[in-house]
Ligand binder design. Structure first.
Ligand SMILES: Nc1nc2c(c(=O)[nH]1)N[C@H]1C(S)=C(S)[C@@H](COP(=O)(O)OP(=O)(O)OC[C@H]3O[C@@H](n4cnc5c(=O)[nH]c(N)nc54)[C@H](O)[C@@H]3O)O[C@H]1N2
Ligand SMILES: Nc1nc2c(c(=O)[nH]1)N[C@H]1C(S)=C(S)[C@@H](COP(=O)(O)OP(=O)(O)OC[C@H]3O[C@@H](n4cnc5c(=O)[nH]c(N)nc54)[C@H](O)[C@@H]3O)O[C@H]1N2
Ligand SMILES: [Mo]
Length: 789
């Protein structure tokens, strides 16, 4: 261990308890105390995810319909406590500290200041934020937007917490103004899912609903850490495990939270200190090895089918389903047969016997669900990987059958709904036609910019106004130095936000902080409480009403802020060709927004009536009815070759075995860029975040040891091999932690490592930053000030 280790801010200590259980309860208590949630607001927790309560801002996992019991979830408690905190940011903070001084504070410290209470404008003459009236703030937005040469010089970012109503109005405003520039947190998240699945099954969403989990006999979890990020999913998995379903985790890390689970909902488990084992099979592919692994599974399924045919045994493939519902099968199998086992094994990093074992589990399953998260979506080959997973599931008819299907697990609580109602930089002509019909203005037809393209456009002075509806753009995005410079080159940056974060401090020539109500708060317009709606990860739409008093009387709702910006910029209302509704009408009665959403999207017919039913309604998911909205009208097998020549393989040729592939992931005590605390308890990291997980054999190879401090350089090359120009990005001062992770792979936390992700390194066909596969080199470093917090 050495002295260096003991000087570190925190400690490394294996976690030996089940996930959730008493550990979670202790954390809940700590969170309420830390956030100083007043006793009157504890009731808030019980109104979460209940009919007539508010939708939990924690994650997009659905609720059991009509559930009458309190669904306990540590993640939800943290999110609610963070919003219900009694701490406030007032003018006092902004007059005491200049923006430059605030920038020196950590993300954790910025978060700790509490809720924003009044609109603020940046005053360059004194480098401070100063109070501004709402009217002046909206006038400033309008003036800067109208001063642009072209509407495409503005970009409208969305983070996935915005309601359907706010998001729909936001896209209406931006399109009426004249741009499709909608960078969206989803571009960094499940974009590969949204782009990949439509070609395979005709929709870019999951094909399962919660009920399917009651019938599944095999659940394969790819690249996901539900104990931390979707704790309510763990409860579902526990029930599956108790029924005897086989649960498999495919993850370079053997996430402890998937081993055992004590349900806080279960008094017996809590009192007897027992727990339920969850996953029974753990496969640990190399980081980025999933494509080869899934292709190997498909190849094995084909071999098993051939053996069955030879032995006159029942077929392993669902031949009837394949014949009736799919296309492309012959080309797909020809490619599989030609594929080399050696290549698949080498690329996946999983032994053949283990792949055969999982293939056995898969083909024994009558009803199989495959779930996936960021471990699958944030690589160069993510779209191909997701399509290969769809192929594997189609081989046995595991889509469109009760208890089976594809289950991408989304992050932000309404990230899926935002897309559904039009936050999309690549809108379809049919959607734009509808907008034109309903509102009478001509929406822009050319595609807009996603997150990465927006940063590049800002850097090139092509985007000059940035508006963020929630989120923390400066910190969540890749290539930190480039992104900061890009934001700073803007004429105006506007953030609609609940809490202070770094994106307010890395700003344009002019800047606004527009504080808004959270989902837990009462939103009254003209004396009438307004509800907003959200769509969960399984396409269920329901209404959410806040119950807490607003953090400040000066806050406006997101809907109101968007409507005011639109009114100040465009005047009147969006409609020109019909009895035009004014922006002010939407602002004062959200049901009018829902009426218009229903006019634009058939799936939302009778929107207001259907959300009045407790639990809400399901949007249709075509594959469930064996309807395939693809070009061929059938589900489609899509063949993909293993990519040989990748930025990583090239970097390895340049740098040899010292080249490592780093994935960046979430710790237990963070919500994306919001750092609640410094522990990652299931992975055994306490009191610090600047750590790197590494295999002991790699430590030996590098002549380093656990507890050593290192600097990290990412290496990225452009140009033809042999004539490449390599650029280097760095992040310094991380402590090495020996960990059960495959050789050649590293794990670290986001966002400390975002500076290492090159802007140009994105998923093929999705534009997602490859934040789970960064080619890096380690070199000896020193402990940073703060001991690695
Ligand atoms: N508490 C909490 N809850 C959250 C969030 C949060 O930050 N905190 N964020 C929300 C959001 S926006 C999202 S998108 C979700 C994210 O939830 P997850 O999808 O669980 O996201 P991550 O924690 O980034 O990474 C997930 C897993 O991917 C694994 N992994 C890394 N590389 C690979 C790989 O190459 N292959 C495979 N198979 N696995 C790999 C990691 O070991 C990790 O277990 O959670 C949501 N919920
Ligand atoms: N290296 C690396 N980078 C990543 C990822 C990764 O795994 N690795 N994950 C990516 C993923 S999956 C995502 S989704 C993005 C997340 O990117 P973002 O969505 O931009 O980031 P968040 O940290 O979720 O945003 C938090 C901020 O949202 C604001 N906020 C919170 N609640 C509300 C609300 O109700 N209304 C409004 N208006 N504002 C609110 C608060 O100011 C808070 O500071 O990051 C991506 N970046
Ligand atoms: Mo996400």
């Amino acid at each position: 261990m050495g002295t260096k280790h003991t000087e570190a801010a925190g400690k490394i200590e294996a976690y030996t308890h089940p996930a959730a259980g008493w550990g979670a309860l202790k954390y809940v208590a700590l969170n309420l105390w830390r956030e100083r949630v007043s006793a009157g607001k504890y009731g808030t927790l019980f109104a979460q995810n209940q009919p007539d309560g508010f939708d939990c801002p924690g994650c997009a996992w659905p609720d059991r319909e009509h559930s009458s019991t309190f669904e306990f979830c540590e993640n939800g408690v943290k999110a609610v406590a963070a919003e219900a905190t009694s701490k406030r940011v007032t003018n006092d903070l902004f007059s005491r500290y200049s923006v430059t001084e605030l920038l020196a504070q950590s993300d954790y410290e910025l978060e700790q200041h509490g809720r924003l209470t009044a609109p603020m404008r940046y005053d360059a003459a004194i480098d401070h934020y100063v109070p501004v009236s709402w009217d002046d703030a909206f006038a400033l937005v309008a003036r800067e937007l109208k001063a642009l040469d072209h509407p495409d010089q503005a970009a409208f970012y969305t983070s996935g917490r915005a309601s359907n109503e706010a998001a729909f109005l936001y896209q209406l405003f931006a399109r009426a103004y004249g741009t499709n520039n909608f960078p969206d947190c989803s571009n960094m998240c499940h974009e590969a899912t949204s782009r990949g699945l439509p070609l395979s099954v005709g929709v870019g969403k999951g094909t399962v609903v919660l009920e399917d989990f009651e019938h599944a006999d095999v659940i394969m979890i790819f690249g996901q850490n539900p104990a931390t990020n979707h704790p309510r999913m763990l409860g579902e998995l526990r029930d599956c495990a108790r029924r005897g379903a086989t649960i498999v985790s495919i993850n370079p890390l053997r996430e402890r939270g998937l081993e055992r689970f004590a349900s806080p909902q279960d008094p017996v488990e809590m009192l007897t200190l027992t727990s339920t084992p969850i996953a029974s099979l753990f496969l640990q592919p190399r980081v980025g090895g999933d494509f080869a692994l899934i292709k190997a599974l498909a190849k094995r399924v084909l071999e098993l089918d051939e053996a069955a045919v030879a032995a006159n045994a029942p077929r392993v493939l669902d031949v009837a389903f394949i014949a009736e519902h799919t296309s492309g099968f012959d080309a797909f199998t020809a490619d599989l047969q030609a594929e080399s086992w050696d290549l698949l094994l080498a690329e996946s990093g999983v032994p053949r016997a283990t792949i055969e074992q999982l293939a056995q589990v898969y083909v024994k399953g009558e009803r199989v669900i495959a779930t996936w998260g960021m471990g699958i979506t944030q690589h160069k080959n993510s779209v191909a990987t997701i399509q290969m997973l769809a192929n594997l599931m189609l081989m046995r008819g595991n889509i469109g059958r009760l208890g089976a299907g594809l289950c991408p697990v989304r992050g932000h609580s309404n990230v899926q709904g935002n897309r559904t109602v039009g936050i999309e930089e690549q809108p379809t002509p049919a959607f734009l036609d509808r907008l034109e019909q309903v509102f009478g203005f001509e929406p822009p037809r050319h595609h807009g910019l996603d997150v990465v393209a927006t940063i590049a456009a800002m850097a090139a002075q092509k985007v000059k106004v940035f508006v963020g509806l929630g989120g923390n753009f400066a910190v969540a995005t890749p290539d930190t130095e480039v992104t900061y410079a890009a934001l700073r080159s803007c004429a105006l940056t506007v953030n609609i936000t609940t809490k202070l974060n770094r994106s307010h401090l890395v700003h344009g020539r002019e800047a606004l902080i527009l504080p808004t109500l959270g989902r837990t708060e009462i939103d009254e317009r003209q004396g009438v409480p307004q509800g907003v709606t959200v769509e969960d990860s399984m396409s269920m739409v329901h209404v959410s009403y806040g119950i807490n008093q607003p953090a400040s009387p000066d806050l406006l709702s997101e809907v109101a802020i968007v409507a005011h910006m639109a009114e100040a910029t465009l005047g009147g209302g969006p409609g020109v060709g019909r009895d035009s509704l004014a922006w002010a009408t939407y602002r004062d009665d959200y049901s009018r927004i829902r009426d218009d959403i229903a006019l634009v999207f058939d799936d939302f017919h009778d929107y207001n009536a259907r959300i009045a039913v407790p639990g809400g309604f399901h949007l249709p998911v075509a594959p469930r009815d064996l309807t395939w909205r693809t070009a061929s009208g059938k589900a489609t097998f899509i063949a993909h070759a293993v990519a040989h020549d990748t930025p990583i393989s090239r970097a390895r040729r340049r740098h040899g075995e010292q080249l490592m592939v780093m994935m960046t992931t979430r710790s237990h005590d963070q919500y994306n860029t919001t750092i609640y605390a410094l522990d990652d308890r299931y992975r055994g990291v306490f009191g610090m975040r600047r750590v790197i997980f590494i295999n002991q054999a790699d430590l030996d190879m590098l002549g380093m040891k656990a507890g050593d401090w290192v600097d990290v350089r990412s290496v990225w090359a452009e140009g033809d091999e042999g004539n490449e120009r390599e650029t280097v990005r760095r992040a310094d001062g991380f402590m090495l932690v020996a960990y059960d992770i495959p050789r050649g792979c590293l794990g670290a936390y986001y966002p400390e490592t975002n500076a290492l992700v090159p802007l140009a390194s994105v998923a093929d066909g999705a534009g997602t930053p490859t934040s789970k596969s960064i080619p890096v080199l380690l070199s000896p470093g020193v402990m940073p000030a703060g001991g690695g917090r």
